[in-house]
Design a protein around this ligand. Structure first.
Ligand code: AMP
Ligand code: GLY
Length: 424
C-alpha cells in the first residue's frame, strides 16, 4: 500500500504518524511535508498544487492520496485525482463548499435539520442593527477574513462598527454578512470519518483558539487541544454524531455530492442542546494531534474504506481510553507574524518518553548535525502526551514542551487546565 499525504503541518505529521503505526506497513510519501514528517515519509513534491500532486501520484503509482489542508480540497484536488482513477481521502470541491461558504453551510444545515444558531443575512447597517434581538450578538462575514470575520458584539456601538466595516468600508471585500444569535456554552470539536453514506465519529476534542491564557488575545489556528471532553461520553458521542454528522452526509448524498473524508463539526453545547457553529471538511489542527494518537484502529484501513462509496460499512473504531493533551509552541510574533530561522533545541529529549510525541509544523532544517532544526512558521511544534488521567497527560505534555527551547517561543499555560480540575 503506497500512500501520499498532502500538507506540511502538525496535523499532517499526526496523520503520517498514525498511518506509520498500521500493521499493513504502508509505504508513505509526502508533499511537501516538513522535517518531522520526512523522518517517516519520502517527499515527492514541494508544493500542494493540484497539477503537481496529480503528476506525483501518477508517477509514483500511489494507491491512496490523503489530503490534509482545506485549500487543495477547495481547489478540486480530489476531483482531479478521481479523473485519473486515483483514490483519495477527502471531499470533492463541491462537498468542500461546506467549509468554504458559511451561506452554503447554513443552507445545508437548514435542509438537513441540523440545529444551529438562528441568523439573518443583512445588506445594510440599519437592517443589521434591526436584526439584533439581544446582546451579545454575533456579526459574521462569509469569506476570507484572516480570522477576523467573526465579531462578538456586546453593545450596539460594537455591532454598528462591525457592520460598517463589513458592509460599507468592505474591509474584507465582497461577501455576505450575517447577524447570528450568540450561543453560550462549551465548545467541542466532533470529527467523523465519512464514506459518502455514513459517518463514524472520532473521539471528541476541544481546542484553544485564542493566543493567550484565559482565552485572551487574538484568534489563532489553535494553541492546544485535549481529548476526550468531559461530558461527552461514548453514548453521548453517538447521539451527537447522529444529529450533526449523519444528516449532513445524507443531505450531500441526496444532492449528488457525497461526502468522503473528515467532516468536522464545531459545536456549542448549550443549555438548549447542541448547536453547530461551523463545519470544516478536513481534520482539525491541533485536534488531530490528540484524536489520532488515541486511535488504536488501523488508520490505513479506515482511510482506504472511507475513500470508497459505502466502504465503512461494519467498521468500528477502537480508542485508547487514556486522555491526550497537546500544547502548541509558536514562534515570536504569532499570530500577527512568524519568526523564521530561530534554532530549536530539545526535540529529541521531549520526544523520549513512550507516551509523548513531538509533532512538527513550522520547522525547517535538521537533516544533519550541521543544519540545525529551526523555526519556519507561526505554529512550530505541538507536544502531545497521553496519560492515565487528563491531569497526568497535561503534566506530561507540559514537561515535553518545557524541554524544548527556541528564541521567542510562546505557549499557553492553561491548555486543559479547567477540564483537568473538573475531571479530578
Ligand atoms: P467561526 O469562524 O465560525 O469558527 O467562529 C470562530 C469562533 O467564534 C468560534 O469558535 C466561537 O468561539 C465563536 N462563535 C462563532 N459563532 C458564535 C455564536 N453564534 N455564538 C457564540 N460564539 C460564536
Ligand atoms: N483547530 C481549528 C481548525 O482546525 O479549524
Amino acid at each position: 500500500m503506497k500512500i501520499l499525504v498532502v500538507g506540511s503541518g502538525g496535523r499532517e505529521h499526526a496523520i503520517v504518524h498514525a498511518l506509520a503505526r498500521s500493521p499493513q506497513r504502508p509505504e508513505l510519501l509526502c508533499a511537501p511535508g516538513n522535517p518531522g514528517i520526512r523522518q517517516l515519509a519520502r517527499s515527492v513534491a514541494d508544493s500542494q498544487d493540484v497539477d503537481v500532486i496529480v503528476a506525483a501520484a501518477k508517477a509514483e503509482s500511489v494507491d491512496l492520496v490523503v489530503v490534509g489542508p482545506e485549500a487543495p480540497l477547495v481547489a478540486g484536488l480530489v476531483d482531479a485525482l478521481a479523473a485519473e482513477g486515483i483514490a483519495a481521502f477527502g471531499p470533492s470541491a463541491a462537498a468542500a463548499r461546506l467549509e468554504g461558504s458559511k451561506t452554503y453551510a447554513k443552507e445545508i444545515m437548514l435542509a438537513a435539520g441540523v440545529p444551529t444558531a438562528g441568523h439573518a443575512v443583512v445588506t445594510t447597517v440599519a437592517d443589521g442593527l434591526a436584526a439584533v434581538t439581544t446582546y451579545p450578538t454575533v456579526i459574521k462575514f462569509d469569506g476570507l477574513a484572516a480570522g477576523k470575520g467573526v465579531v462578538i458584539a456586546t453593545t450596539e456601538d460594537e455591532a454598528r462598527a462591525a457592520l460598517v466595516d463589513m458592509l460599507e468600508t468592505r474591509v474584507f471585500g465582497d461577501g455576505e454578512v450575517f447577524v447570528e444569535d450568540f450561543l453560550d456554552g462549551e465548545e467541542v470539536s466532533l470529527l467523523a470519518l465519512c464514506d459518502g453514506e455514513r459517518a463514524l465519529a472520532l473521539a471528541p476534542a476541544r481546542d484553544f483558539k485564542r493566543a493567550l491564557d484565559g482565552d485572551e488575545g487574538p484568534n489563532t489556528g489553535g494553541m492546544g487541544a485535549f481529548s476526550p471532553v468531559p461530558g461527552v461520553d461514548p453514548a453521548t458521542l453517538t447521539d451527537l454524531s447522529a444529529v450533526v454528522h449523519q444528516p449532513i452526509v445524507d443531505e450531500l448524498a441526496r444532492r449528488g455530492t457525497p461526502f468522503h473524508g473528515v467532516l468536522y463539526a464545531g459545536l456549542m453545547l448549550t443549555s438548549q442542546g447542541p448547536r453547530v457553529l461551523e463545519y470544516n471538511t478536513r481534520f482539525g489542527d491541533p485536534e488531530t494531534q490528540v484524536v489520532l494518537p488515541r486511535l488504536t484502529s488501523d488508520l490505513v484501513d479506515l482511510m482506504e474504506r472511507a475513500s470508497r462509496a459505502g466502504g465503512l460499512e461494519g467498521a468500528t473504531l477502537d480508542v485508547d481510553p487514556r486522555p491526550a493533551v497537546t500544547v502548541v509552541l509558536a514562534s515570536a510574533g504569532y499570530p500577527a507574524s512568524a519568526s523564521k530561522g530561530d534554532v530549536i533545541t530539545g526535540v529529541e529529549t521531549a520526544d523520549e518518553p513512550t507516551d509523548t510525541i513531538v509533532f512538527q509544523a513550522g520547522t525547517a532544517g535538521g537533516e544533519h548535525p550541521g543544519a540545525p532544526l529551526v523555526t519556519a512558521g507561526g505554529r512550530v511544534l505541538a507536544v502531545t502526551a497521553l496519560g492515565d488521567t487528563l491531569a497526568a497527560a497535561r503534566e506530561a505534555a507540559y514537561a515535553g514542551a518545557d524541554a524544548i527551547a527556541f528564541d521567542g517561543r510562546q505557549l499557553r499555560g492553561d491548555i486543559a487546565a479547567a477540564a483537568s480540575h473538573q475531571a479530578g
